[in-house]
Design a protein around this ligand. Structure first.
Ligand code: ATP
Ligand code: PAF
Ligand code: BAL
Length: 280
């Protein structure tokens, strides 16, 4: 089984040996409950790096909802078993005091990119993400970091943060892994009641239909109410947002006039799902 390290000093010692030998270190930050989406990031890291660290930390500061934090799946033993065939070098599962020691008083915050989409509906979420990810970058000393496009806004925000803070890490985005029915894999899918799980692919289906119409010149403002109604009719409780944004920088777009991304968040069976797809 792969070594599990829980203290940053032990991690640092291990990584400094690799760095002395000139090895390229990759990191895959996760909150655990690993699925094939996470494992695709691990595969990408293994293919391009000499050493790979997977981090597992359910970061309380990025949860804006206490019951979401409480219900978040925690499956460390199974996660280690899933990682075993990949030949990962270290699983870093920091004890909470390794991330937030007594007296911790710093927040890393990215402006602009964090203001709409998930940022508008999860107050404080991205500050929690950038605070923990900056710490994970610095603690692991990774040269490359792998993130999923499933969390598209997060990928953009983390890339901006690393650039702005001169953290010498290359942030690499990897495509969203989906179930055969189109549902994006997500740890939160485990929390879906069976009926909700059966209805959940309607979100991606509606988005793909919208993307075709956007490519044919339709405006997002015209398509949005129809698509929302379709998603709710399929069994969703609420569509939180459904927006067309520039693929780089996330500026709102009325039409698919340049490489764009259609992004959505919606509630079903008490679970908040997100998805995004390229348009053009
Ligand atoms: N379906 C997926 N395809 C590719 N990458 C993914 C997928 N799901 C998650 N990831 C990526 O894995 C990393 C860790 O994500 P996380 O542990 O939050 O899992 P998650 O499945 O996104 O869980 P959540 O339910 O919290 O959204 C992130 O970079 C995320 O974008
Ligand atoms: C990047 C991350 C591991 C930070 O806690 C989390 O936001 C996630 O799992 O996507
Ligand atoms: N997948 C991003 C982590 C979160 O939803 O909190």
């Amino acid at each position: 089984m792969t070594d599990i390290l829980r203290r940053k000093a032990a991690l640092r010692e291990r990584v400094s040996g690799w760095k002395r030998a000139g090895e390229v270190v990759g990191v895959v930050p996760t909150m655990g409950a690993l699925h094939a989406g996470h494992l695709s990031l691990v595969e990408a890291a293994k293919a391009a790096c000499d050493r790979v660290i997977v981090t597992i930390f359910v970061n309380p500061r990025q949860f804006n909802n206490a019951s979401d934090l409480e219900n978040y799946p925690r499956t460390e033993e199974q996660d280690a078993e899933k990682l075993a065939p990949f030949g990962v070098d270290v699983i870093y599962v920091p004890d909470p005091d390794q991330i937030y020691p007594e007296g911790f008083a710093t927040t890393v915050s990215v402006a602009g990119l964090t203001e709409g989409l998930c940022g508008a509906h999860r107050p404080g979420h991205f500050d929690g993400v950038t605070t923990v990810v900056s710490k994970l970058f610095l603690q692991t000393g990774a040269d490359r970091a792998y993130f999923g496009e499933k969390d598209y806004q997060q990928l953009q925000v983390v890339t901006r943060m690393a650039t702005d803070l001169d953290i010498p890490v290359e942030v690499i985005g990897c495509p969203t892994v989906r179930e055969a029915d189109g549902l994006a894999l997500s740890s939160r899918n485990l929390l879906l009641p069976p009926e909700a799980r059966a209805a959940a692919p309607a979100l991606n289906r509606a988005m793909r239909g919208m993307a075709d119409k956007l490519m044919a010149g339709a405006e997002i403002a015209t398509l949005r109410p129809l698509a929302k109604a379709e998603i709710v009719a399929a069994g969703f409780d609420e569509v939180e947002y459904l927006e067309l944004r520039a693929a780089e920088g996330l500026a709102p777009l009325p039409k698919a006039e340049r490489p764009a991304r259609l992004l959505a968040a919606a509630w079903i069976g008490g679970v908040r799902l997100i998805d995004n797809i390229p348009v053009g």
